[in-house]
Design a protein around this ligand. Structure first.
Ligand code: XIL
Length: 446
């Protein structure tokens, strides 16, 4: 008895509430009723929009609808724009230019879709020194780690970047630590973050002599079994992220310094001299929509290495297995020269391929002659950054792709550990404020 009267009481409250909502319902707020065995269940579709205080181009939308549990819903951030699934919690969207935008939330209700739209006015500072706003026609990327995606890292990422690369967590020795079991924990975290923030994701890297799991180096099976392992790995990873990761470095750094021959990696030993072609074929088959890159370092100033790279690239291109060239930009404030950087661009453009300026950092202490970042070196770094950005900017639109920075703060750079001496090769200070080198990029993009 007691429970029955409670239910009655609760229903009455619901009905009263519902009629109140009907009488209040404005343009933004649509109320319909569907009736099922339980009685009347009101569906109310609505949402809030807030504009970010740190980035005036960024909005956050929060679905405040009621009665929609179990129903699919999605967002459109521009009129008839791309549909973005409505996940748990607020979603963010970053516009690139000021304007009035229609934001729509659609709920797929049993009796038909219910859509509610609101207009948001974006008055961004279009001259603001956010890298992604200054770069026209290409993405600006950042190398990230899964434990550096929150707090100030997140604020800088969403303000400045529209592309991500995993600094190491999407490499084979991380994903495939143990034979027979793939671990996507960190890579998923990075991909999910990129997707949630509408960023391009550049996959780095499927096959690299420097990230081979120990067990794979010691693999005792036949060469045929080894090849199947590699094929399955490329296929599984690429298919997992198909539609999310738009591009991949399939093979990274295949050329040996000095000789310019193919490195005698386990891949070459086990799969033969045409292992590169095989890997690109697996990649093409796994995700035909992915943009496939070959990525290597010192291909600006080392003309022999550059020629060896383009020989590999030409062979892949003749089989329609490659779409772009990644020139790793691990450079210094005084080297390589502008014309040397330009040469790899010219080679890429003349082949009709996309150019990725990958892994940009600019050493200021290659000769170990400073113990802190001097004003003079900071300016020299700014000038080199500007030069790199200018060269990239001048690439024909159809060959533009992305310019990716290899880390955020100087203290997070791989450079000091790699070279065994201090350096300040990146674009943000330890307090996350942009360095002069950052200004150099903005200047070069304009
Ligand atoms: C480096 C990362 O920065 C390090 O964190 C990691 O431990 C080793 O790899 N060329 C590449 C990158 O293609 O993957 C390398 O990144 C730097 C050189």
């Amino acid at each position: 008895m007691k429970i029955k009267s409670l239910i009655k009481y609760f229903r009455l409250i619901l009905l009263l509430l519902f009629s109140f909502m009907l009488s209040c319902g404005g343009d933004d707020d649509i109320n319909v009723v569907i009736v099922d065995d339980e009685g009347e269940i009101p569906i109310s579709v609505d949402f809030d929009i807030t504009v970010s205080e740190t980035n005036t181009f960024e909005i956050s939308v929060n679905n405040t609808s009621t009665g929609i549990t179990g129903l699919n819903s999605y967002w459109q951030f521009t009129e008839n724009g791309e549909s973005v699934p409505d996940g748990a919690g607020p979603e963010r969207h970053v516009y690139s230019v000021s304007g009035d935008y229609l934001v729509t939330l659609t709920v797929e209700a049993p009796d038909g879709d219910i859509a509610v739209s609101k207009t948001v006015i974006i008055v961004g500072d279009d001259d603001s020194p956010a890298l992604k706003n200054a770069a026209k026609g290409f993405s600006v990327g950042m190398a990230v780690r899964s434990d550096r995606l929150t707090g100030s890292h997140n604020a800088v990422l969403v303000r400045e970047f529209n592309s991500l690369t995993a600094e190491f967590e999407m490499k084979m020795d991380q994903i495939y630590k143990t034979e027979g079991s793939l671990d996507f924990t960190a890579s998923d975290a990075i991909v999910d973050y990129g997707v949630a923030n509408n960023m391009d994701i550049h996959g780095h890297t499927l096959v690299w002599h420097n990230s081979i799991p120990v067990w794979m180096n010691n693999f005792s099976g036949t060469d045929e079994e080894f090849e199947t392992l590699v094929k399955d790995y490329i296929t599984t990873v690429m298919q997992r992220y198909a539609g999310k990761v738009r591009s991949w470095d399939v093979v990274n750094e295949a050329i040996e310094d000095g000789t310019n021959n193919l490195r005698n990696s386990i891949f070459r030993i086990r799969m033969g001299a045409n292992y590169i072609e095989k890997c690109y074929q697996y990649a093409r088959d796994a995700d035909p929509n992915a943009i496939l890159f070959y990525n290597d370092y010192n291909v600006t100033f080392d003309s022999g290495k550059q020629a060896a790279m383009f020989a590999i690239v030409d062979d892949l291109k003749s089989k329609n297995l490659i779409d772009g060239v990644g020139a790793q930009m691990h450079i210094s404030y005084n080297f390589p020269r502008r014309a040397q950087i330009q040469s790899v661009v010219d080679g890429t453009v003349s082949r009709g391929l996309k150019m990725h300026f990958a892994e940009l950092d600019i050493r200021v202490n290659p000769n170990n002659d400073i113990t802190s970042l001097t004003e003079q070196r900071a300016i020299a770094q700014q000038n080199k950054a500007k030069e790199v950005a200018e060269i990239y900017n001048a690439i024909p639109d159809e060959n533009k792709f992305a310019l990716t920075l290899w880390g955020m703060r100087d203290s997070e750079s791989w450079l000091p550990a790699f070279w065994g001496q201090p350096d300040w090769g990146l674009f943000y200070n330890d307090d996350f404020t942009p360095k002069k080198a950052h200004t150099g990029l903005i200047e070069g993009f304009r």
